[in-house]
Ligand binder design. Structure first.
Ligand code: GDP
Ligand code: MG
Length: 396
């Protein structure tokens, strides 16, 4: 009898250990929900309605900042046993793997330039063609002038260069205008016992939510723990979209009710991240460009409120590479509203104007840190000037 009891006990222990192993990754980000006892307004989607938020002393809470009490939803604390999460590869070297996605830029920029430069004797007309090709690819006047001047001084070398040498020369010149020495480190690491906080801003349709989802995968792939904040409360679909991205890699999404206060959601996401001691909290925002002052007020408030919890370590401006000059003009509005620390250029797979990276960096004075090269979950790559220049020029 005793033997049977002991055997059953061992079995139960083994079962519990097995299940906790299976859900361990989810729990890393979801254990935070025990806060109901502490009187916060967190609720779970399927749970009973939350009690109204009790009055809280001012100073350290969302209510204390003059925010209306908000209902912020957290997903169920226990993921279903047996959930299998995607395990993205580390992000290093991703751009090298994805550089063929720049095919459209390659055919108009790379091949165009190589064809001209391979001519036996370069006339003034040829140089004009080089210049036009660079300008057509959105490289911008300053960088175009620099490249053409440098190539002209090397025209003796060009005259005798083999195809491979020409290609290398061009890659080198393009790399040179891409700011090879700029610091492109993402501020995603914990600092003084607090998570790194990334704010993602940009106009509607630029690719913010997609980028937040892809970035979560990059961070998880690089071994970081992450929480997402769905502070685009304008459309419920945006929060759903983000939650789906998070779920696939076992990352928690903090969301609010539709039409709720974005700053309250951002606050709650970061508070949750501080409590859970995660590495990084990434906050998606709404991109309505109603009025410049409205946008400034909203983004300014989100940042201020978040910083009651933890400093914002990175503000990423998402720009659609296919919008050209218009995109750069819109970008200025955002750089006036918040201090942008890095640019994400999306949809570079869909444009022949890959040179826009050069122009955006020079006109805004902000480094491009990530680029989007497709709609697939892992089509976001850390920006590397040399690999990008190789992508623009194309394979031999
Ligand atoms: N081809 C391509 N499409 C992208 C890329 N990034 C985002 N998109 C698409 O752009 C559309 C808008 O993205 P979304 O993240 O919802 O934009 P948001 O309004 O700024 O949040 C979606 O259809 C995305 O799939 C990219 O790098 N390449
Ligand atoms: Mg969005």
């Amino acid at each position: 009898m005793e033997f049977v009891l002991i055997a059953i006990a061992i079995l139960v222990v083994a079962l519990i250990a097995g299940v906790s192993l299976l859900v361990g990754r989810g729990r890393r980000t979801v254990r935070l929900d025990d806060d109901d006892a502490a009187g916060t307004t967190l609720t779970r989607p399927a749970g009973p309605p939350a009690p109204p938020a009790p009055p809280v002393p001012s100073g350290s809470t969302a209510s204390g900042l003059g925010l209306p009490p908000e209902t912020v939803e957290l997903p169920p604390a226990e993921p279903e046993p047996g959930l299998v999460f995607d395990t993205p590869l580390p992000s290093a070297g991703r751009l090298v793997r994805l550089r063929s996605r720049l095919a459209r830029s390659q055919s108009s920029l790379g091949r165009g330039l190589l064809t001209v430069l391979a001519r036996e004797k370069l006339t003034e007309d040829d140089w004009e063609e080089v210049e036009e090709t660079l300008l057509a690819a959105d490289v911008g006047i300053a960088a175009t002038t620099q490249i053409v001047e440098r190539l002209r001084t090397q025209s003796m070398v060009l005259a005798t260069a083999s195809g491979a040498d020409l290609r290398e020369l061009l890659v080198r010149e393009l790399t040179g205008v891409l700011g090879p020495d700029l610091d492109r480190t993402l501020g995603t690491t914990r600092h003084e016992g607090r998570p790194g906080v990334v704010l993602v801003v940009g106009v509607n349709g630029a690719g913010k939510t997609t980028t937040v989802g892809k970035l979560a995968r990059v961070l998880v792939g690089d071994g970081k723990s992450v929480i997402l904040g769905a502070a685009d409360t304008f459309r419920a679909a945006a929060a759903d979209q983000l939650e789906t991205w998070g779920e696939r890699v076992g990352v928690l999404t903090v969301r609010g009710r539709e039409g709720g206060d974005p700053a309250a959601v951002a606050f709650e996401a970061v508070r949750t991240g501080v409590e859970a001691e995660v590495d990084t909290v990434v906050v998606d925002t709404a991109g309505r460009l109603h009025t410049k002052s409205g946008l400034m007020d909203e983004l300014g408030k989100v940042k201020r409120v978040v910083e009651k919890q933890s400093p914002v370590t990175e503000v990423l401006l998402v720009l659609d590479a296919t919008t050209g000059q218009n995109g750069v003009v819109q970008a200025r509005v955002f750089t006036e509203a918040v201090t942008v620390t890095g640019v994400v250029l999306t949809k570079l797979d869909g444009t022949a104007k890959g040179g826009i990276v050069v122009r955006v960096q020079q006109e805004l004075g902000i480094p491009v840190k990530l680029i989007g090269l497709g709609e697939g979950p892992d089509d976001l790559a850390p920006f590397e000037p040399r690999a990008f220049a190789e992508g623009l020029v194309g394979e031999a």
